[in-house]
Design a binder for this molecule. Structure first.
Ligand SMILES: [Zn+2]
Length: 279
């Protein structure tokens, strides 16, 4: 699933490609692609595209004060649509522009979960953005401290992935951030010291900056296998810092990777291996 860096760089690319073009039409291609009824998408037709923005793991196509808000979920993509075929594979919705170009939302998954919301005015307190935590891209140390203290007590890895606690980080970055901060992914958020929070804050920005630089150097959004990293999906390899073996704790929906020497005082955490056999 794309996370903040991939989506941020993609939003910037789309602004470059489609910025200034007038919206000629919007067409949902499935019954569930469009999640809102009011305002009608047609009310945005005729306006120029100002910018493609990103908040958390959402993309927003802004026309004046109103926006199409898009969530790609696991396999969704928002791409330039040169063919404009009548029934594109995985097609969920299409935006056409006055110069004849188009944007296509696709999702290559059996169960379609990606979607589009039309939102009038400030989107922050409206569905689907309402309730998101502070955005990880520019979160201050103070805001991170407050988010950690005010949110329910949980494991750091879970906190980082929880969009209501902090927005934009997913499975890959949460393992990378914990490793870079030298904090156990299973440390309790309410027990972190000020010094550990400082390290966590620095690690969030270092990991995002690195991934964003990689992503900005590309013409298209990377696949998860292409993204650089030090620990995520690298179980069995040597830790780039200390040489210890990177370990994994597997869950049904995701994997936590960590280095025992760097993060858990050498302790190897119980691997939930039964889930491996269910896959
Ligand atoms: Zn290490």
């Amino acid at each position: 699933m794309p996370e903040l860096p991939e989506l941020q760089a993609h939003a910037e690319r789309l602004t470059k490609e489609f910025g200034g073009l007038g919206l000629a039409g919007f067409r949902p291609m499935t019954f569930t692609a469009l999640k809102t009824v009011v305002p009608a998408p047609e009310t945005l037709v005729g306006r120029p595209l100002d910018e493609v923005e990103r908040v958390g793991k959402y993309l927003m196509i802004r026309f004046g004060d109103d926006r199409f808000v898009i969530h790609l979920m696991q396999g969704g993509r928002l791409v330039s649509d040169a063919k404009q075929s009548a029934k594109p594979r995985g097609g969920l919705a299409r935006w056409t522009f006055d110069d004849g170009t188009a944007l296509l939302l696709t999702e290559m998954a059996k169960e379609k979960r990606a979607g589009v919301w039309v939102v009038a005015g400030d989107p922050v307190d409206q569905a689907p953005l309402a309730g998101l935590g502070p955005d990880a891209l520019d979160i201050s140390e103070q805001a991170l401290t407050e988010a950690l203290r005010d949110y329910k007590s949980m494991r750091v890895h879970g906190f980082l992935r929880d969009q209501r606690a902090i927005a934009g980080i997913g499975r890959r970055l949460s393992s990378e951030v914990c490793w870079r901060a030298k904090i156990s992914p299973f440390a309790s958020t309410h027990k972190l010291t000020a010094e550990e929070i400082q390290r966590l804050h620095a690690a969030i920005h270092a990991c995002i900056d690195e991934a964003l630089a990689f992503e900005r150097g590309r013409d298209t959004m990377s696949s998860s296998a292409e993204r650089p990293g030090s620990v995520y999906k690298r179980a069995g390899e040597a830790c780039p810092v200390c040489g210890d073996t990177i370990r994994a704790v597997e869950y049904n929906a995701y994997t936590v990777n960590y280095c025992p020497t760097c993060q858990t005082g050498g302790k190897v955490l119980a691997d939930n291996t039964t889930s491996k056999f269910l896959k």
